[in-house]
Ligand binder design. Structure first.
Ligand code: MN
Length: 156
């Protein structure tokens, strides 16, 4: 079950975050949530298959400490975190203090994306948000586990 990690980290009697649920169809949406937790970061999430060809749709998720780049050529560290349920795309509000990710979540941007390419090490997309727009690549790095770079690319 691809949302097992999501499930074990949370107590659904305490947090209003969505319960884990895998669905079968993607609407190709993304969200960037501004998360004022112990450390401010932005959570970048893509509605897509948990694993390639699994048919299990979740939000693939990365924590981006410095936020989504808005200028061509900018690269930001993006730490892969556990898959989230698709319903999380609309989540905003307060996660209680003391709970996992405790703090305030705001939606910084959302919209649709077009998937150009996906391998185990790279995801290339075009975002159509209000703030995050254009071609981006997520590239897995070799220097640390779960460590990716989120790169804003020139439009082709
Ligand atoms: Mn977060």
């Amino acid at each position: 079950m691809s949302l097992q990690k999501y499930k074990v980290k949370r107590k659904f009697t305490k947090t209003k975050e969505p319960r884990p649920k895998v669905i079968r169809k993607s609407l190709s949406r993304f969200v960037v949530q501004e998360h004022h937790a112990r450390n401010l970061h932005w959570d970048f999430r893509l509605e897509m298959e948990s694993n390639i060809n699994s048919g299990n749709i979740v939000l693939k998720s990365w924590a981006v400490p410095k936020g989504v780049p808005e200028k061509y050529g900018e690269k930001r560290l993006a730490v892969a975190v556990e898959d989230h349920p698709v319903a999380y795309i609309n989540f905003k509000g307060i996660i209680p203090k003391g709970e996992y990710g405790g703090g305030t979540v705001k939606i910084w941007d959302k919209g649709k994306f077009k998937l150009l390419r996906r391998t185990s090490k790279e995801i290339e997309i075009i975002l159509s948000g209000n703030k995050a727009k254009g071609r981006y690549s997520l590239v897995k790095t070799s220097f640390a586990k779960n460590s990716w770079l989120l790169i804003k690319l020139k439009q082709k």
